[in-house]
Design a protein around this ligand. Sequence first.
Ligand code: SER
Length: 313
Amino acid sequence: MTTKILIIGACGQIGTELTTKLRSLYGNENVIASDIRKLNNDIVNNGIFEVVNALDYNQIEHLIEQYQITDVYLMAALLSATAEKNPAFAWDLNMNSLFHVLNLAKAKKIKKIFWPSSIAVFGPTTPRENTAQYTIMEPTTVYGISKQTGERWCDYYHQQYGVDVRSIRYPGLISWTTEPGGGTTDYAVDIYHKALENGSYECFLSEDTKLPMMYMDDAIRATIEIMQADADAVTIRSSYNLAGISFTPKEIAEEIKKHLPDFTITYKPDFRQKIADSWPASIDDSAARADWGWAHRFEMDSMTEVMLENLKK
Ligand code: SER
């Protein structure tokens, strides 16, 4: 049976690159991109695109029937910083969109789901270095609470109803094609833009705030690899820890200076500092490595080269 994919939230930071990659792998006719708005971009103009509200069950069900969708990638969500400003809506969007696709899989209308979780599932009581797959999880952000709850429901739907749902706890993701929206790790993207535009950057986190990060190419590859893995290999049905590189704002600034010697950075922590302080500094992802062969490729130096090179254009 042909794989037919629906991406919900296709125009976001991850969705944009994921959609492009899936189109090249599965063919334009087998990948349906959707988002809440019709923007004028490659995702809308270079393939099939539908306007979809991730909270509208009937609309999603209709699309799934119309295109005979087998796999859904649910990328629509409010991220950590934005969610703190609108907790009720964040909870509604992050949880109910997930229930919609889980229920569609339970009703056997789709075969496979990808749903992203995050390092935000951890909290201030979690051991911060080399954070284990199974550990204390007391998230303090609305976003983290929604992701942790979502993980529990994914596992529940898998155990109770045999739903084939697969998930990764993404670290902060860094890319040059689409800007991130409303996360605590966004500084690590913005810093490259501002370094090239102004030669300086004011960081909203303190210089020693170490967080787990990853270059987008690695994250997209992980997403596709877990979706293509044999169902039996995916033994964890809540969500997998996934690690790439961990660094502080000071370290990334030093790396940028190797290319732009005059670059300067200042620090003015805001409300996002508290969120960052509640998250791990580094992640143990040995389960993903053992179960479906995960290995990251990009380090801070190779990522910085690609970011600056592409943003310069
Ligand atoms: N990058 C996300 C955020 O900062 C974490 O999943 O909200």
